[in-house]
Design a protein around this ligand. Structure first.
Ligand SMILES: *Cc1c(COP(=O)(O)O)cnc(C)c1O
Length: 452
């Protein structure tokens, strides 16, 4: 048997109690208000369930991430990952802070334009860009990140037709020690495909190869994976300098930083185990500054951080519908928050907190949503205080991916409210109504009347 490599032991402070066999101890306070607004009043005014976003938290987290990276590297640019949360008001907060737009579809591209983002500041990623999308992106001088050879050839045609040199980067996938490897997107580094794509682009003479891109995965708990990724992209940049005397303008490390949510099955809460922005930034900037890229040609570092920038700013407030006992005697609490609204509950143990003072008498509880579906489980088994029908709860850290991946299923999607830094509330997305669905659906003539 091979000897395992030595790993230096380290001590990390834990901010909460160690879990017992029943999980984390119930030593927490209720969340009675969000940014100074009583949860009860928010629900009274805007209904239940209710998505609430804190603009102050969005800005604070963004500024902190920017500070951490820009103090370690001279040229840093964030691009907001639209698919993480593309409510226009949210995107505009990031754009006001200076973030470009990172989009992965024609729909998101149009949304970014409609939000007032100049095409030059839109990064177009993803495997699904239609010819029409590519034409629009070339006309607008957007940064097109090529995902596969078919796209490269289509883009060559588009450039010829428009008599323009598209500004491109290639997406590179690679082994960074994170498995399963996300090798379905972009060109592989280790097998030489990435270099092959670079040679084809350079030899064609029809592109402006502006950058190199990777997005190694999401919720990446290992900061060092980013150092590997940055080094590998830097290697490609060095190869370009050597072979073509061509300097790229940026290296884009994608997104993937973990938020502080706790993954299902994790022993310790995410807030104790997730790397900080500082750790990710140290890894990435070490990879870049210790590379052989000439100091005069250091590329702009682009980051497409999604999850880690917005998760903490989002809350989902809801109401207890009922309590009941399961056949095995276990208590269950039914909320008006279902997995249709909380898509991330399929992989996170979301923190659900009462919104009013609660008793310290706790019991193992299954927390269910309101859907008439067996899969509608928010927490399989959690030590939870007894709440009454009509009591409110708050699910924290839900700003990422829920307001884009939510499903319209059985019920309407509710209001989304933004609390601004002056502590005013704004509806930024109205709850759905029957009317919305009636405008989309069409009834064939022979089904117009029914006769029961
Ligand atoms: C989804 C995505 C992101 C954002 O990822 P997070 O894990 O939310 O940080 C960034 N870049 C690309 C290409 C993506 O697909």
């Amino acid at each position: 048997m091979e000897k395992l490599p030595f790993e230096r032991p380290f001590i990390k402070k834990l901010s909460s109690g160690m879990p017992s066999k029943f999980g984390i101890k119930m030593e927490f306070d209720p969340i009675t208000e969000i940014d100074g607004f009583p949860v009860k009043d928010l629900i009274g005014q805007y209904g239940s369930p209710l998505f609430v976003l804190s603009e102050s938290c969005i800005r604070k987290t963004y500024q902190e991430a920017y500070r951490v990276f820009s103090t370690r590297y001279p040229k840093v640019q964030f691009a907001w990952s639209y698919k993480t949360n593309y409510l226009d008001a949210v995107c505009r907060v990031y754009h006001q802070e200076g973030a470009w737009a990172e989009v992965v579809s024609g729909f998101e591209y149009d949304k970014a334009l409609a939000n007032g983002v100049d095409g030059k500041f839109i990064i177009f990623n993803g495997p699904d860009k239609s010819k029409g999308d590519l034409e629009k992106a070339v006309r607008n001088d957007s940064l097109i990140h090529i995902d596969h050879f078919d796209e490269l050839y289509t883009l060559m045609e588009v450039g010829d037709q428009l008599k323009k040199k598209p500004k491109v980067a290639i997406r590179v996938n690679m082994d960074t020690g994170i498995y399963p490897m996300w090798d379905r997107f972009g060109f592989n580094y280790e097998n030489g495909e990435a270099w092959d794509a670079i040679n084809r682009i350079m030899m064609a003479g029809k592109f402006d190869l502006s950058g190199l891109h990777t997005h190694i995965g999401t919720y990446i708990l290992s900061a060092s994976a980013y150092q590997v990724a940055a080094s590998k992209l830097a290697e490609l940049a060095v190869g370009l300098e050597r072979k073509y005397d061509h300097s790229i303008r940026y290296i884009d490390l994608g997104g993937g930083f973990a938020s502080q949510n706790t993954l299902k099955g994790a022993y310790l809460p995410g807030s104790d185990t997730v790397p900080s922005f500082d750790e990710y930034a140290d890894a990435i900037t070490s990879g870049l500054i210790n590379s052989q890229i000439k100091p005069t040609n250091m590329p702009v570092l682009i980051l497409e951080t999604g999850r880690a920038l917005i998760d903490d700013a989002g809350y989902l407030a809801g109401t207890v519908l009922a309590n009941k006992r399961l056949a095995d005697g276990r208590r269950s609490t039914i909320l008006d928050i279902g997995v249709n609204l909380l898509f991330t509950s399929f992989w996170y143990e979301h923190q659900i907190t009462p919104a009013q003072p609660f008793s310290q008498h706790t019991e193992e509880t299954a927390i269910y949503g309101p859907l008439c579906m067996n899969i509608d489980v928010l927490r399989e088994n959690v030590v939870f205080p007894l709440l009454k029908k009509g009591d409110h709860v708050v699910v924290s850290r839900i700003g990422a991916y829920n307001m884009t991946q939510w499903l319209q299923f059985i019920t309407y999607r509710p209001n989304v409210v933004l609390i601004d830094p002056e502590n005013k509330t704004h509806i930024i997305r109205e709850h759905e109504t029957l009317k919305i669905f009636e405008t989309l659906e069409k009834i064939p003539d022979h089904l117009k009347t029914i006769n029961l």
